[in-house]
Design a protein around this ligand. Structure first.
Ligand SMILES: O=P(O)(O)OC[C@H]1O[C@H](O[C@H]2O[C@H](CO)[C@@H](O)[C@H](O)[C@H]2O)[C@H](O)[C@@H](O)[C@@H]1O
Length: 278
């Protein structure tokens, strides 16, 4: 499938009927996996990276879904596993993948479920060091920008730049610097340029959760370019949802994390009803 803007959104007359039918079908699946990106999908963008949290409706819906039988909630993010544990799933009810598919905590599945952290070899560690140095130099050059250090990568953020009109220039300069370092995987995002010494992506992460859960239906929702990898691996009976305006292969689109929260509440109610718990 090619990317386009043909996803049905709420303004389309056919949206409500077709989207509700898709949600109802998903809610009736014997085994259901609900996997979600975090920033821009569950949480609005903010200038305080550490303080970012899922919108209240999404938070409530995820907690309700995660308590249900034969229902698994996954969060697949570029964030670190430490952040996901502390800010997204402190009660350890969810499947987590951090660092764009680089690390996993599947312990909610019980005995034998694989969880893997990040261990870098000497070459990777050297490359990461160089990328961190290049990012620090860029932060010096563009006051107010920041570097977010991760176990296998680094993110150069421009949302807090003192001269926001230079954001595109700064991101392009960072992209150019990373591009000169062989072996780095570069992922542009919303006012961020990230790089990693790992090759993983969110397509791998969705596939790993599907392999672990063996769901009849998988839902995956995401807002950014990196989430397209996850949307692309969905099967015919699955449900892909784009959050926001970017191009997508997903058949459905919602406006923002608040709208996504509403969808998740609707799904939770349908699933509870289907399982007889609501
Ligand atoms: O895969 P995601 O869950 O979408 O995470 C992608 C990156 O998101 C974060 O940055 C974005 O959100 C910040 C907080 O709202 C915002 O300040 C920044 O401008 C956004 O790009 C996060 O900081 C990165 O580590 C994630 O990889």
């Amino acid at each position: 499938m090619t990317q386009d803007n043909a996803a049905l959104s709420a303004e389309d007359p056919a949206f409500q009927e077709r989207f509700t039918a898709a949600l109802e079908r998903a809610a009736g699946a014997p085994r259901l996996l609900v996997a979600l990106d975090f920033d821009g999908t569950l949480a609005h963008f903010t200038t305080d990276i550490a303080a970012s949290r899922a919108v209240p409706r999404a938070e409530e819906a995820l907690q309700r879904l995660a308590r249900l039988d034969d229902t698994w909630v996954g969060v697949i993010s570029g964030r670190t596993m430490d952040f996901l544990h502390s800010a997204v799933d402190p009660d350890h009810r969810m499947l987590l993948s951090g660092s764009h598919g680089g690390e996993y905590d599947l312990s909610v599945l019980g005995d034998g479920a694989a969880s893997s952290g990040i261990e870098l070899d000497t070459d990777q560690a050297g490359l990461l060091q160089k990328a961190q140095e290049a990012t620090a130099a860029m932060v010096e050059r563009y006051p107010g920008s920041t570097a977010e250090l991760k176990p296998a990568g680094v993110a150069f953020h421009t949302r807090t730049m003192h001269r926001p009109e230079l954001s595109d220039e700064a991101l392009a300069a960072m992209l150019s610097a990373y591009s000169g370092m062989e072996g780095l995987r570069i992922t542009p995002g919303s006012m961020v340029m990230e790089c990693s010494v790992l090759t993983s992506d969110k397509g791998e992460a969705v596939a790993a959760l599907v392999e672990a859960v063996e769901p009849d239906v998988t839902i995956f929702a995401g807002d950014d370019v990196t989430d397209e990898h996850g949307l692309e691996v969905l099967r015919e009976d699955d449900l892909g949802i784009k959050v926001g305006p970017k191009d997508t292969v997903a058949p459905f689109r919602v406006a923002d994390p608040d709208a996504m929260g509403e969808v998740l509440l609707q799904l939770a109610a349908l699933r509870e009803n289907h399982l007889g718990g609501g």
